[in-house]
Design a protein around this ligand. Structure first.
Ligand code: NAD
Length: 521
């Protein structure tokens, strides 16, 4: 097995020495149950390997049934007191957590680079986008306020947002810090307790976050982290004590979890796959459009659910293609710690094989590979799962258009008019994100009204809403009714109670008891 190079090794050693739950030097990843980092007794382990060298970093347990049960028990016990803890105390937790995440963002980013493969700068972005959710959760005392009205003389009705109980969060590999941070702060400030199951491919950041939660004063059992694959996911879906599941990941798992979880009466929100189109109009600012598309298509090696995976060139904008290819060629594909790296390897040899197969299918189906990243080699990383920047010209019937590729592959389609472009996007099953590049307000306005996609960028390539808003992917990119974070996050993790009370002012008056028969007049 290959070893980490001189850039990565000291970071791996530091992570292993400084954090209780994770290892980057071949040790075991721990579960975090009831405030303790505990070694699993399982006999089944998943290897976590560095995607740029295949070095074994850690082993992740397939948590046993009894360990899972302990985690649910710890979360159920903690709920009894945490749900009754004052909102100010819960707010203090997120205030502390945001400071600790800032102070430890290098450790989080280093863990992400090692396990996931993205560049250090991009890993910092992964942490920052999660941190923003923590920061927005600080407004919880105001955001949790209910309504109150005197509905009759001396009679009030009020609504109160109360927590659900034990909730669960199941995360994907591509944002190891951001996705756990979409759910931990929102579940905790609303008074719930949480069982987090990170991706078994890169659990390190979640373990660092768990330790930071502890340092931020979170009582034992409020956040628990358990690891595993499908059996753990199924146990989450089936356990009667778990009231809600937040899922982010691929279509197959998302549909399964939504169906299995809701069949047990749980509330489920499931963010899934995507195919995001960027429309380039002939009047677009060419430089902005091309740079935006290159960044959004190839950043994180295309492994973002909001990556632009389709460029839809309208009319004369089709002439931009040679420049798009030239700019893509200049990208620096390298190990994530290397200076100047634009993107790193994809997550696994299997993912690389699948991506290269989809690129090959373009030729087989009569499309054109105009920039071919297959067989890409990077000096110093002979074992890395690298795929170079790839651009293919296809039609909407081809596999490379129909499937989510989740790699550094930009699919190019052409359209004569904006209406044709809208028809293409609206016929696609996904509805996560889309963007238009134009200098025309009316064109942008028409696009924004007619496109059936939940997150729309006007001259903005990755229109992920900041967490004072809520995630709003739609169509096949989402199952459920309430989006992640923002107001949606608060609504997802709470249910309303209405209380109607009567305190008659006149009852305070009069010194003598009446002995007459009560008539309620
Ligand atoms: P994945 O579905 O393979 O894994 C996600 C989680 O589900 C993991 O924790 C995994 O252990 C579990 N899982 C995997 N297969 C399962 C199965 N058959 N049954 C039950 N559980 C299962 O996803 P991934 O490859 O880690 O992540 C990439 C996918 O996530 C892409 O499709 C991407 O678009 C999507 N994603 C979506 C968003 C969004 O907000 N819409 C954000 C990030 C990633």
């Amino acid at each position: 097995m290959a070893a980490l190079n001189a850039l990565a090794r000291p970071k791996a050693e530091k992570l292993s020495a400084e954090w209780k739950g994770t290892s980057a030097t071949g040790g075991n990843t721990k579960n975090f149950i009831g405030g303790e980092f505990v070694e699993s007794q399982t006999s089944e382990w998943f290897d976590v390997v560095d995607p740029s060298t295949q070095t074994l970093l850690s082993r992740v347990p397939q948590t046993t049934d009894s360990e899972f049960e302990q985690a649910v028990k710890a979360a159920s016990e903690a709920f009894k007191t945490w749900s009754r803890t004052s909102v100010i105390r819960r707010q203090r937790f997120v205030i502390e957590l945001q400071q600790l995440i800032r102070e430890n963002s290098d450790a989080l980013a280093a863990s992400i680079v090692l396990e996931q493969g993205k560049t250090f700068a991009d890993a910092q972005g992964d942490v920052l986008r999660g941190l923003q959710v923590v920061e927005s959760a600080i407004a919880i005392p105001s955001n949790l306020m209910g309504d109150k009205l005197e509905v009759a003389k001396d009679m009030d009705t009020e609504t109160r947002k109360v927590p659900l109980g034990v909730c669960a969060s199941i995360a994907p590999f591509n944002f190891p810090a951001m996705i756990p941070l979409w759910t931990i702060p929102m579940a905790a400030v609303t008074g719930n307790t949480l069982i987090l199951k990170p991706s078994e491919r890169d659990p390190g950041a979640a373990m660092i976050i768990a330790e930071l939660c502890q340092r931020a004063g979170l009582p034992p059992g409020v956040v628990n982290v358990i690891h595993g694959g499908v059996p753990t996911v199924n146990a989450i879906c089936d356990h009667p004590a778990i009231k809600a599941i937040s899922f982010v990941g691929g279509d197959r798992a998302g549909k399964h979890i939504y169906e299995r979880g809701t069949s047990h009466g749980k509330r489920v929100q499931a963010n899934m796959g995507a195919k995001n189109h960027a429309v380039v109009m002939p009047d677009a600012n060419k430089n902005l459009a091309l740079n935006s598309i290159i960044g959004a298509a190839f950043g994180a090696a295309g492994q973002r659910c909001m990556a632009i995976s389709v460029a839809l060139l309208v009319g004369e904008a089709q002439a931009f293609l040679p420049d798009l290819i030239e700019r893509a060629k200049k990208l620096n594909v390298n190990g994530g710690f290397e200076k100047g790296a634009d993107f790193g390897p994809v997550i696994s040899p299997k993912a690389k094989e699948r991506i290269e197969g989809l690129i090959a299918s373009v030729q087989e189906e009569g499309g054109e590979i105009v920039l071919d990243g297959r067989g890409y080699t990077v000096e110093g990383y002979p074992e890395g799962n690298f795929v170079g920047p790839t651009i293919v010209k296809v039609t909407t019937e081809m596999k490379a258009y129909k499937e989510e590729i989740f790699g550094p592959v930009l699919v190019v389609l052409t359209a004569d008019t904006l209406d044709d472009a809208l028809d293409i996007i609206n016929a696609n099953k996904y509805g996560n994100g889309t963007a238009i590049f134009t200098q025309s307000g009316p064109t942008a306005r028409k696009f924004e009204h007619e496109v059936e996609v939940g997150q729309i960028g006007i001259n903005v390539p990755i229109p992920v809403p900041l967490p004072m808003f809520s995630w709003s992917g739609n169509k096949a990119s989402f199952l459920g009714d309430i989006g992640f974070y923002g107001k949606g996050g608060i609504n997802f993790y709470t249910q309303n109670k209405t209380i109607t009370s009567l305190w008659k002012a006149e009852d305070a008056a009069g010194q003598r008891a009446s002995v007459n028969m009560p008539t309620h007049n």
